[in-house]
Design a protein around this ligand. Structure first.
Ligand code: GDP
Length: 243
């Protein structure tokens, strides 16, 4: 849980870091994404879950994640760079929202595959933030998405934070129930190595914003720590050359 594992980092510093987010590039295919060593944090969720609002709120910018709503851009992966201008230290990846009824079936299937591939093989992926409407909880589509990253979450290679959005719409009792239900649903991903959190989030009331910034900043920090030399790492790099 975020509260328990919240790192000892000043909130102000973490928010300043989040505020540095700026648009980097957009890609409609995986091989258009830049190959990078920068730790990447992906934002995923059903359309209308509050993903764009959450990214903008975290970055304290009004229209940062607006591109993903622009017609023709809704099915792109949008990348944002964070950290010093001349030396970015992390990327945010805004993945297309899923579950939008009006999208035609073939396009849905194509996109499901791109998302699955991204989540499974993007080597620099350090963490996933899954946005879930707190009133709906984890839906079947969310569970399907989690299945794509489950293997990497279980080993601890990819961290996971589930944000229950629009928490301002819930009473305290409902909020606690939502946290408990989501926590139970995520239980099957838990292992000794996994880093999984669930938190309430409200862009309207700014609930959770500082804690989320601190958590993501800490993910990036620990991803930057030198990895122990292991033959596995070299083997992995050799088998996934394009992402
Ligand atoms: P996306 O499709 O996941 O990017 O969702 P949006 O960020 O566009 O949000 C979908 C709708 O939920 C919009 O009408 C937002 O104004 C609303 N919304 C997003 N976050 C919050 C929140 O924290 N509280 C409330 N009450 N509404 C929110």
């Amino acid at each position: 849980m975020v509260a328990a594992s919240a790192p000892a980092m000043p909130e102000r510093e973490a928010l300043a870091w989040a505020h540095s987010a700026r648009f980097l590039t957009t890609a409609s295919k995986l091989d258009q994404l830049p190959v990078t060593e920068l730790p990447e944090i992906a934002f995923v969720g059903r359309s209308n879950a509050g993903k764009s609002t959450a990214i903008n709120t975290l970055a304290q910018q009004r229209r940062l994640a607006f591109a993903s709503k622009t017609p023709g851009r809704t099915q792109h992966i949008n990348l944002f760079a964070l950290g010093p201008k001349d030396a970015p230290d992390a990327l945010f990846a805004d993945l297309p929202g899923y579950g939008y009824a009006a999208v035609e079936r073939a396009a849905k299937l194509r996109w499901q595959q791109v998302m699955a591939d991204y989540l499974e093989v993007r080597r620099s992926l350090s963490g996933v933030v899954l946005l879930v409407d707190s009133r709906l909880g984890l839906t079947d589509l969310d569970q399907r998405l989690l299945a794509f990253i489950a293997p990497r979450v279980r080993t601890g290679e990819v961290r996971l934070l589930v944000l229950l959005t629009k928490a301002d719409k819930l009473s305290r009792k409902e909020a606690n129930a939502a946290l408990r239900t989501a926590g139970e649903a995520l239980g099957e991903l838990a292992t000794d190595d996994a880093d999984i959190g669930v938190a309430l989030f409200s862009a309207l009331k700014k609930t959770g914003v500082g804690d989320v910034a601190r958590t993501l900043r800490e993910w990036v920090r620990s991803a930057q720590a030198p990895r122990p030399p292991a033959t596995d790492v070299a083997a992995e790099a050799a088998t996934v050359p394009t992402t």
